[in-house]
Design a protein around this ligand. Structure first.
Ligand code: GUN
Length: 291
């Protein structure tokens, strides 16, 4: 059993990105510039945006965080988005989710110029991705693909089961792995799936992205399977200093011995998601997707 090390892969890709930024700057080009909009005081969102800022610094990007009060109007936020769309000094930007309930996440997502949508959430980017056209890929699916690539895991002709049909993980990863180049036979399972255990147990590659702590048990996993765990559920613990611990969607201790490869939580898929944002921002600065 090989325990997939997301931190190691993330560091290796970070070094590649930093080297490319170095070259751009040496050639007299401006460093890529990522802007994050943060609305309100959600603790997790502040932490994520902090990580993004730190990572930008590490790869040599310029980064700006625009912090707004939770009471701003939707109209104001949309006008800020238009301003960033039109600002030639901004290569890409994200609006950190979730937003306060009075602001429509759909309207906000659709207001972002697809050329600057480095989260890959705009329907133009998701549509292009589904059609196999160059697009900004969403962070978690792209992170999973990078892990498979780094470890040289064969995907062609393999049976892949994805559990969970979210717009940001389950459906895009199911689509991407079915595309040419990855060539999996994919079954997308969800809360209404019949025989989920049987389908999971036939998978060569099992991706758990349903958000239920320790849902996947050993009896649901084929001997020698590759198991990718996207879940992160915070639960109380008296064994850690913080009083909390993170659990994945997979019961790691009993599943791991059956696997050829498995991602731990934390330290598996998690560290990869930020790398995708950096990759997309670099592509935006180089105008790789839209010219
Ligand atoms: N909130 C949690 N994850 C993400 C993400 O990848 N992008 C944005 N914009 N918000 C998030």
């Amino acid at each position: 059993m090989i325990r997939i090390d997301g931190k190691e892969v993330a560091n290796s890709l970070k070094a590649e990105i930093a080297a490319e930024v170095n070259e751009l700057v040496r050639a007299g080009k401006p460093a890529p510039h990522l802007v994050a909009i943060l609305v309100g005081n959600d603790g997790a969102s502040q932490t994520y945006v902090g990580h993004k800022e730190k990572c930008c610094g590490e790869v040599g990007f310029r980064s700006t965080v625009l912090r707004f009060d939770e009471n701003i109007t939707e109209a104001f936020l949309l006008s800020e988005i238009r301003r960033l769309n039109d600002d030639p000094d901004v290569d890409g930007f994200i609006v950190q989710l979730p937003l306060p309930a009075h602001i429509s996440e759909q309207k906000v997502t659709e207001a972002i110029d697809p050329k600057k949508d480095v989260d890959g959430f705009h329907p133009v980017n998701t549509g292009r991705m589904i059609n196999g056209l160059p697009a900004y890929l969403p962070a978690t699916p792209d992170g999973i693909l990078e892990l498979l690539k780094y470890y040289g895991i064969e995907t062609a002709g393999k049976n892949c089961a994805v559990i969970g049909r979210s717009n940001i993980v389950g459906r895009p990863i199911a689509n991407l792995l079915s595309q040419k180049g990855w060539d999996c036979t994919v079954t997308l399972c969800h809360s209404r799936t019949k025989n989920l255990k049987e389908i999971a147990a036939q998978a060569d590659i099992l991706i758990a992205a349903l958000g239920k702590a320790e849902f996947v048990t050993a009896d649901m996993v084929k001997e020698g399977a590759v198991v990718i765990d996207v879940g992160i559920t915070r639960v109380k613990s008296d064994k850690t200093k913080s009083g909390w611990k993170l659990l994945g969607d997979v019961k790691f201790d009993e599943v791991a011995p059956k696997c050829s490869y498995i991602t731990p939580v934390p330290g598996g898929v998690g560290p990869m998601t930020i790398i995708s944002l950096m990759k997309n921002t670099l592509k935006a600065a180089k105008k790789e997707i839209y010219g």
